[in-house]
Design a protein around this ligand. Structure first.
Ligand SMILES: C[S@@+](CC[C@H](N)C(=O)[O-])C[C@H]1O[C@@H](n2cnc3c(N)ncnc32)[C@H](O)[C@@H]1O
Length: 225
């Protein structure tokens, strides 16, 4: 299967073994299939709201993997049945990638509020609105396990692995993510600063907090020798 750099990076950030991994908003289900192949879970759950997508995926999974170690759910990710699969205090891994930051925040918030007692980890890769996503994760008291930046087809993606228990505070602009010796990271910070500077020139939008937070990274952003 042809797998993008973004999906490959998401897969490599899954180090442990989980009883349940949820590939949410899965569409083609490529991320879940990579983890199935890597044997990272007792069961990989594929979740999307579009029935036709899930019928096609289910047929494909049956052909390639038989009936074992996976389930398909056609439902709204906000209604993920985590409590039904909770056991022995082990965290379940919920992955949400390739959706906008606003929807991603709504889904993570709904899951946390519906299952406050269930240990859960999230592997998240929003499309846009990373600052807003990070603030929301911190407000939900989720702790950072790891974070990284990936460039795929000339677009940048932040990936965050967070947990309901443990981990470090989630920074609104990323702390561990940056490596300013890397030209990809330098290009991303420059693009982000340009974006907020453009927005700041619009009197109807207040992005001063965002701009200041990214500008504080600039001293580390010295010219490469
Ligand atoms: C662009 S695809 C992302 C596919 C894959 N996760 C990736 O990163 O490439 C977005 C998918 O999210 C699904 N989706 C959007 N809102 C959803 C929701 N509330 N519950 C479940 N699936 C949803 C859409 O049906 C679509 O298939």
């Amino acid at each position: 299967m042809k797998v993008s750099l973004r999906i490959q990076q998401l897969s490599t950030m899954v180090h442990g073994h989980y009883t349940h991994i949820w590939d949410c908003c899965c569409d083609h289900g490529l991320l879940g299939q990579l983890l199935l192949e890597r044997g990272r879970a007792d069961c990989v759950h594929f979740v999307d709201v579009v029935p036709a997508l899930m019928n096609t995926l289910e047929h494909h999974l049956q052909q390639d993997y038989g009936d074992r170690r996976w389930q398909v759910h056609c439902l709204d990710v906000a209604r993920l049945p985590l409590s039904r699969y909770a056991g022995a205090g082990e965290p379940q891994l919920v992955m949400i990638a390739g959706v906008g930051g606003d929807l991603l925040v709504d889904l993570v918030t709904a899951i946390c509020q519906a299952h406050p007692e269930v240990p859960v980890e999230f592997l998240l890769c929003p499309v846009y609105h990373n600052y807003k996503v990070r603030r929301a994760l911190a407000d939900l008291s989720l702790g950072l396990i790891s974070e990284t930046l990936v460039e795929d087809k000339q677009r940048f993606y932040e990936i965050l692995h967070v947990a309901s228990a443990g981990g470090d505070p989630v920074s609104p602009v990323g702390e561990r993510m940056w490596d300013f010796t890397d030209t990809v990271h330098r290009a991303y910070l420059q693009q982000t600063l340009n974006h907020y500077r453009r927005m700041a020139s619009n009197p109807h939008q207040d992005v001063s907090a965002e701009l200041q937070a990214y500008q504080r990274l600039e001293p580390a952003f010295l010219p490469l020798k």
